[in-house]
Design a protein around this ligand. Sequence first.
Ligand code: SAH
Ligand code: SF4
Length: 388
Amino acid sequence: MVEASADNPDTRQSLCGADIATLDDALRQAGVPDKQVKMRRQQIWSWLYTHGVNDFDAMHNVAKAVRAGLAEKFSLARLRVGDAQYSDDGTRKWLFRLHDGHEIETVYIPEAGRGTLCISSQVGCTLACRFCHTGTQRLVRNLTAAEITGQLVAARDALDDWPTGSASNSDARKITNVVMMGMGEPLYNTDNVIAALNVMSDGDGLALSRRRITLSTSGVVPDIARVGGETGVMLAISLHAVRDDLRDELVPLNKKYPIADLLDACRAYPGLSNARRITFEYVMLKDVNDTDADARELVRLLAGIPAKINLIPFNPWPGSPYVCADWPRIEAFADIVNRAGYASPVRTPRGRDIMAACGQLKSQSVKETAAAKKMAELAARKLQRPVA
Ligand code: SAH
Ligand code: SF4
C-alpha cells in the first residue's frame, strides 16, 4: 500500500495495486452494503486496471456517494518516482521511493515487437549470491502485493501505456511481458508475489497473459510448485553452476536446496510441456563456470526437462569479485548448448550504462547512505587534522 510519508502528506491509504480482498474491504469501509460490494468492485477494478484512472471522480458509472465515501478514506496515489534514467539502448530504469523511505528499482526493456518490465519483489535481497549487486544490499523488507503491482501501474503511466492513451490499439502496447527478475527473491515473498501476479494477469484488468509473465528464482524448492499451481506463470531458474560445490559458493541457497532437489522440483512444475518450458539462467563468469565441460554437463543435467537455456554475460558492478567470460569462450559454450538443440541461448545485456542490467540493481537509498557515510568520514578526518 502506498502510505503517507514526510513528502507525501496524504494520509489516505492508496488503492493503487490493490487486490480483490483489499478492494472489497475498502468498499465496506466506505459504507457500501455487502450485496453491492462485488458489483462496485468490478466497476472500480476496470477503472483502475483497464483504464488506469487515478481519480475516483473519473469513475462515471460508480455512484457519487460511493466515490465520495472512498475518497474520504482512500486515494489512488501511485508509487513515487524518485528518479528515472534512460539508457542509450532505450532501456529505462525507475527508482521508486516507498512510504517508509525504502527504494526499489524497476526496469523497462523495449525490444522489436515486445517490451519487458522487470519488477522487484523485495527491497534488497537476503540471499547474497556472490555475483549479484542486489545481494550486497543488507537492507531488506518484502514488498506488499500492492507495491509489486504498483510498479506495473506506475510504468504504464510513465510510458502512456493505457488503452485510452497512445496504446489504444493492443498491438501498440509497450509493456507486453513482465519478469520478476528485479531486486529480491520472489519466493521469499511468495504470498505477496502470488497475489500481485494474479492481479496483473486478471483478464478484466491489467490482463497480462500468464505466459508472458516469468518468475525467476534462485531455487526456493518448497515454493516452486505452489507458485506454478496458483498463478500459472512461466518459471526461470538461476542455475549458474552444474556442480554443488561451485553452486554452494555462487548461490549460497544451494546448501539448503541442492541441484538434484531443484531439478526434481522443476520436473514437477505444474503445466510443464514443450510449449511451456522452464528457462535456466546461467551467468558466464570467466574461469569459474565457463568451460566446455561445464556446458556439456549443463546439457546432460537438463536432459528430459522441457527447457530453454539463457546464458547471461556477467554484468559488472563496482567492487564485483568476478569478470565476464571472454566472448570466444561464451561462443564456444553457446555452441555446445546450441548443438544440443537449445536455440539462441545468449542474453544481450541491456541498460548496462545506467546500471539497469541483470544483477546490477541496488537502490539509491543504500548508495546514498554509503555516500553520506563517506562524507561524514571525510568531515571527521578534516576535523581531526591539526590546523596548519
Ligand atoms: N532473485 C531472483 C530474481 C532476480 S535476479 C533470482 O536470483 O533468480 C535475475 C537474474 O539475474 C538471475 O538469474 C540472477 O542470477 C542474475 N544475475 C544476478 N547478478 C548478475 C550479474 N551481475 N550479471 C548477470 N546476471 C546476474
Ligand atoms: Fe538475490 Fe537473485 Fe541477487 Fe541471488 S541473484 S542475491 S537471489 S536477487
